[in-house]
Design a protein around this ligand. Structure first.
Ligand SMILES: C[S@@+](CC[C@H](N)C(=O)[O-])C[C@H]1O[C@@H](n2cnc3c(N)ncnc32)[C@H](O)[C@@H]1O
Length: 238
């Protein structure tokens, strides 16, 4: 038995890797998340069972422990189990927790990387997250830290030129207020909604006004001078 922990990419079903497709081709069962594009399931044999284990905010969902138990139960029954997660399994994907659970049960696993939405969504737009003389560093941070943690690990004084926030829309007002303690209110911001998907949409603003705009999820926020530089590319592409 082996569990393939696979990154499905940011949204567009064609952004999955060839290695992931090969693993899906031989799957007996696929456990998939809500951000993994369901079109990708077509790479699995028709006979493979498809189990949705989505964890969308606000919906009735399985806990991480329940998901771990389900993966282990499937691994004990089948030769090839695919665990399909949106983006990259290790970028805010809790993939690390899943492999630790597999290790406890001595279950073999292989991790197949995916294109994370943090980089894949801006890149597919033509928005470079680094650019010579504009940005030489990037920080990817969660905008929604586990509230049960005894102490926050998110400190908004990051010094990277480009800041990319995932899961940041629910707390956008609080987060931007914190970031403005360290960066000017004029700092440009680009929000990418449903990156690489048919309903992809961009919302431009600044740290000072982005929280007043209507934003649909899933979305990432890109903060920094690369956004101003991208506006020229955006206009050119229209
Ligand atoms: C639990 S995290 C999972 C991230 C995923 N592992 C990755 O590498 O992209 C979910 C967050 O990823 C971001 N996200 C995922 N897919 C997205 C997309 N297509 N467009 C914009 N943001 C996306 C959003 O910030 C969303 O709240």
């Amino acid at each position: 038995m082996v569990v393939y922990l696979i990154g499905a990419g940011p949204g567009d079903a064609d952004l999955i890797t060839l290695k992931a497709v090969k693993a899906l081709n031989k799957a007996d069962v696929v456990l998939y998340d809500y951000l993994a594009n369901e079109e990708i399931l077509a790479h699995a044999p028709e006979t493979a069972e498809r189990i949705y284990v989505g964890k969308k905010a606000g919906e009735h969902y399985k806990t991480q422990d329940q998901i771990n138990e389900l993966i282990i139960a499937q691994a004990e029954k089948h030769e090839n189990v695919v665990r399909l997660k949106g983006g990259d399994p290790f970028v805010f994907g809790r993939g690390g927790e899943e492999i630790l659970a597999l290790m406890e049960h001595d279950i073999k696993f292989e991790v197949i990387p995916g294109v994370t939405s943090a980089i894949g969504a801006p890149t597919s737009l033509g928005l470079p997250v680094t650019h010579r003389a504009v940005a030489t560093s990037v920080t990817i941070v969660t905008g929604h830290e586990d509230p049960t943690k005894p102490e926050s690990q998110v400190h908004w004084d990051y010094t990277a030129d480009t800041l990319i926030i995932l899961m940041g829309i629910g707390n956008i007002k609080e987060n931007t207020a914190e970031i403005m303690k360290y960066r000017s209110a004029d700092t440009p911001v680009c929000v990418v909604e449903s990156g690489t998907l048919p309903d992809e949409n961009l919302v431009f603003g600044t740290l000072g006004d982005i929280s007043d705009k209507k934003i649909n999820t899933p979305a990432i926020m890109i903060i920094g001078d690369v956004v101003n530089m991208y506006k020229e590319i955006y206009e050119y592409q229209r």
